[in-house]
Every structure is written in structure tokens, then in C-alpha cells.
Design a protein around this ligand. Structure first.
Ligand code: FDA
Length: 309
């Protein structure tokens, strides 16, 4: 993985840079490419605009991570209760996705569990899903524990797993008896070299191996579900090929992509009858998230530079 990626990921954790970025209008303008706005109204407008393009499935997520006070985590949970209200009122085909550190996992596990559980229950009444994002490896064990406990009582909860970690194969194997719903991604954080797979081609190979395991679980018809969170056209082709070979229909698994990324591929997949869900992020705390997007595709740094000049 290249030096530019490492540098951008280092920058994503730098508070001084974050402070500077928030004051720069060119940064705010560049972020709009991946984010319709800073509040829920902008996100709900984007749901409508996507629907007009044939993509009616979405996921809403308010940006923010590593809250340092319980009151902040409670405010985040309140916000998502309102979002679920908006989803219910509008009859939107929208799920929600939340980071454990946004609900206070740095502070106290039981409170985080209680906040998720309340949201999962409310979402269940609306027939919607709540996804637990996976953050850096420091949080992997408590995040898995969180998922296991939520999954014990509810089927409408999703866990994100990252193909760049050596441990994920074992984590997935340990979750399969729960008939889990997994969103498989490659992984977006700066990780120690001994924990993460270094070469991109090896990460891709692991992604496909994990995809095979997930598709096999889906094929058993025991309630396991597979979501593939990737913009990589090669992963999309491979997943479809493997699903077809296993005799799985197009609507037995789902692709998920971020708002603004690979828009044509999103529309094409939805038009071809695949399940395509777009994750719409919004909020004021966009800096670390945006830097991780740049790290995924350093070519986007040029887009940022064009906005400066
Ligand atoms: P990768 O970065 O390997 O690039 C492969 C190819 O995909 C590129 O050559 C290009 O063709 C295309 N591509 C990728 N990014 C592009 C871009 N920005 N613009 C245009 N083309 C692009 N991560 C995590 O650690 N925890 C989480 O909880 C989540 N959650 C999550 C949810 C959803 C819905 C998605 C889509 C992604 C995440 N991620 C995540 C992020 C994920 O780990 C990963 O960093 C990104 O999806 C980038 O990896 P890809 O597989 O998309 O392609």
C-alpha cells in the first residue's frame, strides 16, 4: 500500500489539519462530491434524487466518531431516533449505519449496547436494518461482542467485516452459526503491519474468498445475508460470477456503495436487477472520513487541488 495512502491516513488522524480543513471553503466544496450536505434534510433530498435515477435503496449515516462524553453519545442516539422517524414518515427504503465510537464505545460498553439496542428495536418496527460499522482493529473485539449480543435478539442488525485484516476469516467463521448479516468491505483504516494484509492484490483475493464463504452461507437459506460494500468493478463482476455459479438469484445479495462514487456502475447494477444500496453520509464532522476517501483513491487529491486553484 502506497506512501500517499499512508500519508493521507496519517492526516486523517491529525487534529490540527482537521481544524484547518474545516475553515477552508475549497475543502468544503470538494467534500460535496461525496456528501450531499451537512444535515439530515440534505440527505433526505439526496434519497429522493437517487430514487429518480432508479436507486431507491439507501443507508443514512451521520458522520462523527470517537465521542468523549456520554451526553454526546446520547445526542447521537437521539438524532438517529429522529432519522428513523423521518424514514417511517416518508416510507423510505433507507437503513441506518452507525460507528461504535460514535455511540461511545471509548466510554462504556453497556451504554453503547443499550443505545444500539433501542435503535435496533425501533428500526425493527419499521422493517429497517441497523448496521454496526467496523472501525480500526483496536475496536474489533468489542464491536464483534456488540454484534453477537444484538444478533441474539434481533435479525435486523448488520455487521461490517474488513477483508484487509488477517483475523477476518476466523471472525466470519465464528459468526456463521448466528446466521449473520454481513457487509463485507476491504477496510479503510491505518492498521499495524502485522494485523493487516499489505498487498492490494492479496486484500482482493481475501475479499473474494470471504465473499465465497458468505455466498455459501446465503445459499443454505438459513437467514444469513451478504452485502458487498465495494466500488471495485472487478469485485462486482467476480461476486456476480460466483453467485451465478452457485445458482443464487440476483436479489439474494446486495451491493452497497458510497454516495457519489462509481455513480454509473450504481445505476447500471440497479437497472440490471441487482440490489444496489447507496450509503449517504452527512454531518459536520466530515474531515477524518473525507481523508479516508482520499486515501482510497489518491487520484481524488487532484480533484481537491483543482478546487484550490
Ligand atoms: P478499492 O479502494 O480497492 O479500489 C478498487 C477500484 O474501485 C478502483 O480501482 C476504482 O475502480 C474503484 N474505486 C474505489 N474507490 C473509488 C473512488 N473513490 N472513486 C472512483 N472509483 C473508485 N470501511 C471500514 O473500514 N469500515 C466500515 O464500516 C466501512 N463501511 C463501508 C460501507 C460501505 C457501503 C462502503 C461502500 C464502504 C465502506 N467502507 C468501510 C470502506 C471500505 O473499507 C473501502 O475503503 C472502500 O470501499 C474502498 O474500497 P473498494 O473496495 O471500494 O475499492
Amino acid at each position: 500500500m502506497g506512501f500517499t495512502r499512508e500519508l493521507l491516513l496519517w492526516g486523517s488522524e491529525n487534529k490540527w489539519l482537521e481544524n484547518q480543513a474545516g475553515r477552508r471553503s475549497f475543502m468544503r466544496k470538494a467534500v460535496q462530491r461525496f456528501m450531499p450536505g451537512e444535515d439530515i434534510d440534505a440527505a433526505v433530498d439526496a434519497v429522493g434524487a437517487l430514487s429518480e435515477k432508479g436507486i431507491s435503496r439507501t443507508i443514512l449515516t451521520q458522520l462523527g466518531e470517537n465521542v468523549t462524553e456520554a451526553a454526546e453519545a446520547d445526542a447521537v442516539a437521539d438524532h438517529y431516533r429522529d432519522v428513523l422517524g423521518r424514514i417511517g414518515e416518508g416510507g423510505l427504503d433507507a437503513d441506518i449505519s452507525l460507528k461504535p465510537t460514535q455511540l461511545g464505545i471509548d466510554l462504556d460498553f453497556e451504554s453503547v449496547y443499550a443505545r444500539y439496542k433501542d435503535l435496533v428495536q425501533r428500526a425493527d418496527e419499521l422493517g429497517r436494518l441497523v448496521a454496526v460499522d467496523m472501525e480500526s482493529t483496536a475496536y474489533a473485539d468489542p464491536t464483534l461482542e456488540l454484534y453477537r449480543r444484538l444478533r441474539a435478539d434481533h435479525s435486523n442488525v448488520v455487521l461490517c467485516l474488513q477483508a484487509y485484516l488477517h483475523r477476518t476469516k476466523d471472525d466470519l467463521a465464528s459468526l456463521l452459526p448466528l446466521s449473520p448479516t454481513i457487509r463485507l468491505v476491504k477496510g479503510a483504516y491505518k492498521e499495524p503491519h502485522d494485523l493487516a494484509i499489505r498487498r492490494k492484490s492479496d486484500v482482493d483475493a481475501n475479499f473474494l474468498e470471504l465473499a465465497d464463504t458468505l455466498l455459501e452461507a446465503v445459499g443454505k437459506g438459513n437467514g444469513s445475508r451478504a452485502f458487498f460494500g465495494t466500488h471495485d468493478p472487478r469485485m462486482v463482476v467476480e461476486v456476480n460470477k460466483r453467485a451465478e455459479a452457485a445458482g443464487l438469484p440476483k436479489d439474494s445479495y446486495e451491493f452497497q456503495m458510497l454516495y457519489g462514487i462509481q455513480r454509473e456502475l450504481q445505476t447500471r447494477l440497479a437497472g440490471d436487477g441487482y440490489l444496489m444500496r447507496v450509503l449517504i453520509s452527512y454531518g459536520e464532522s466530515w474531515y477524518p472520513w473525507y481523508m479516508r476517501r482520499l486515501a482510497e483513491r489518491p487520484a481524488n487529491v487532484w480533484f481537491l487541488l483543482k478546487n484550490i486553484f
